[in-house]
Design a protein around this ligand. Structure first.
Ligand code: TYD
Ligand code: MG
Length: 477
């Protein structure tokens, strides 16, 4: 049993198999199975850190056999009584706590993902500072912030700039997971922050730091640490170009909670969105604004999108808002249209499929009677996103009508729905998620297909949901 066994893990869905099949037997994609060696339990036993195939299960109580089944009500009562989530106070803390599902759960492993430079380190350092400053206990335990990217001096000057002065905040710069865990164990901290998962490594695991094997093994080691010690661990993870954290989806399966920090390059707003949460809903959304002092909670997100539009509404003819879903995330995007009468009928589209745009223009002309034939139509998705979903059809149609009729669409209105060839409006998937996002961002009116009525009736979020059934008949209420 000296040699390590090999397991095959699907890079895409995280399925693992003891045998190589040439394709993933779970998600059926080919070429995604990557091998990694598993160190047998014996070899690593006395190194302070054991990891093995059974690692994920090993944090379960050892005497699992002797535990009796309990009634749901009893467990429920137990949970309510010992509501021991670590609270986060202040406007920033409230926002983070809400996204987490009501505070940080002890022993949980939380991953904060996002593009490089979006503000993950800032968010984590602020959170660490908040927990370290907690004054509800007389002798608060420390919080350890470990960075594999910056030196202690760099983190310190960052903290200074952000006015974080908690003396219970401990900083450590290191990349060796075993070393990190050994160093912080004696401190028995309230929380451990690791920035970032791509920079740490485990000696026994193969590959270089940031590679699939290392990222997986390090995350598993941290999960084990969190479950064993009941110390919550917060991880930062960069998103790669393809939109995944460290390539493998594997990571998202291991951790308890995945939060994405998102933001446009040229905007100072940041959104914190749960993608997975074992301890709360994934429908929450944290809204922040960047500042010298770090991230500030935006208490009233409605103003954030409406403020600079209020003044010159005449300029806004041809602008319509919709929601797209990317993976499990929802984004608000703006579609801009410009119709100019011209002798040559031409269409210029940017960020929208030309055939889709053609279809919508034709439907508007034929079914809605818009006399758009003698016009050149320009279409653009603001900020360079590309629209790949049919859910944006209605917004495209609305922006074209708005520009053609020179009628600006009022602020705070969003359009969601697919358009059929007969001019009918069709349902799109995840309607409630889209509407929730729109409502949370302060939009007051949402125009949706008639069929969505049932699924949206229970939400009670948008003040005014206007139901449309087709382009000819107009709104139903
Ligand atoms: P950083 O937290 O380092 O991003 P990440 O860890 O995701 O790569 O933030 C990037 C830069 O932006 C950094 O120089 C600090 C600055 N920043 C602010 O000045 N204020 C803020 O509120 C945020 C979020 C970042
Ligand atoms: Mg960083």
């Amino acid at each position: 049993k000296g040699k390590g066994k090999v397991r095959w893990v699907c890079e895409k869905c995280g399925y693992s198999d003891g045998q190589w099949w040439g394709y993933c037997r779970s998600c059926e994609s080919s070429g995604t199975m990557k091998s990694f060696s598993v160190v047998p339990e014996k070899e690593t036993k006395n190194k302070g850190l054991e990891y093995s195939e059974t690692m994920l299960r090993s944090w379960l109580p050892n005497d699992a056999g002797s535990v009796e089944p309990v009634s749901l009500m009893e467990v429920n009562r137990g949970i309510k009584e010992s509501n021991n989530r670590i609270p986060l106070s202040g406007p920033f803390g409230d926002e983070v706590a809400r996204v987490l599902g009501g505070g940080l759960v002890p022993g949980s492993l939380v991953l904060i993902g996002g593009d490089p430079g979006v503000g993950k380190s800032t968010l984590l350092l602020q959170t660490a500072g908040l927990i370290a400053e907690r004054c509800d206990s007389n002798e608060p335990a420390p919080v350890v912030y470990v960075s594999g990217e910056e030196s202690v001096q760099q983190i310190c000057s960052r903290a200074e700039r952000m006015n974080i002065g908690a003396n219970k905040l401990y900083l450590y710069s290191g990349t060796d997971i075993e070393d990190i865990l050994e160093k912080i164990k004696p401190l028995s901290p309230q929380a451990l922050i690791v920035d970032s998962i791509q920079t740490v490594y485990l000696k026994e695991a193969t590959g270089s730091a940031g590679g699939i094997h290392q990222v997986r093994e390090c995350t598993s080691a941290l999960l084990r640490f969190a479950k064993k010690t009941n110390i919550p661990v917060l991880l930062a993870g960069h998103v790669t170009k393809s939109g995944e954290i460290a390539g493998p989806r594997v990571l998202e399966h291991i951790v308890d909670t995945v939060l994405y920090l998102e933001g446009e390059k040229f905007s100072s707003h940041r959104l914190l969105r749960p993608v997975k949460n074992r301890f709360g809903s994934t429908d929450e959304l944290g809204v922040f604004e960047m500042s010298q002092l770090g991230l500030q909670a935006v208490s009233n997100p409605s103003e954030m999108f409406l403020s600079d539009q209020n003044s010159d509404s005449e300029f806004l003819a041809g602008l319509a808002v919709t929601v797209i879903i990317d993976g499990s995330r929802a984004f608000l995007i703006e579609i801009q249209a410009l119709c100019v009468s011209s002798s040559t009928v031409s269409r210029h589209v940017n960020g929208i499929q030309p055939t889709r745009a053609d279809m919508i223009i034709s439907v508007l002309a034929k079914q809605a009677g818009l006399r758009i034939q003698g016009n050149a139509v320009f279409l653009n998705v603001v900020s360079g996103v590309s629209l790949t979903e049919t859910a944006g059809d209605l917004a495209i149609a609305a922006s074209i009508c708005s520009s053609f009729l020179e009628f600006p669409i009022p602020n705070g209105v969003a359009f969601i729905g697919e358009i059929g060839l007969g001019g009918e409006l069709r349902m799109v998937p995840m309607m409630d998620k889209r509407v929730i996002t729109v409502a949370k961002l302060g939009y007051k009116k949402c125009i949706v297909p008639m069929r969505a009525e049932k699924s949206l009736a229970a939400l009670d979020l948008v003040d005014d949901i206007v139901l449309f059934w087709d382009l000819i008949s107009g709104p139903s209420m």
